[in-house]
Design a protein. Structure first.
Length: 114
């Protein structure tokens, strides 16, 4: 079951350049780590570590960067590898270069409402 934030996040991506893979109208994950990365990104955005729109724009840029250096029919394309690269970059930005770990709680002033 999706929370209001999760529904908003997924709906904001529909029909856009960063639309996640779908099968029969449902999100499609080939491996457990893909579902986990998806959930972690949603949870961190919901809890105020970064804005969802910041994640989306970074995802769009990541996809564009991949497309600029690969053929569009390149069999090496993996949506959730791009997702994970964006997630790692944003978590690193929030954590800072000193530790490389996510902070223990949401940032000061972060929205914790779901």
């Amino acid at each position: 079951m999706q929370t209001k934030f999760e529904h908003f996040a997924v709906a904001s991506m529909m029909g856009q350049k960063d639309t996640p893979p779908r099968a029969n109208g449902s999100l499609c994950f080939a491996f457990p780590w893909e579902r986990q990365a998806f959930g972690i990104a949603l949870a961190l955005a919901r809890d105020g570590y970064f804005e969802w729109e910041e994640f989306r724009q970074a995802m769009i840029a990541e996809i564009a960067g991949w497309e600029a250096t690969h053929a569009l029919d390149d069999p090496g394309w993996q949506y959730y590898e791009r997702w994970l690269a964006v997630l790692e970059r944003l978590v690193g930005k929030v954590a800072g270069p000193e530790t490389g770990e996510a902070p223990a709680g949401p940032p000061v002033g972060g929205d914790t409402a779901g």
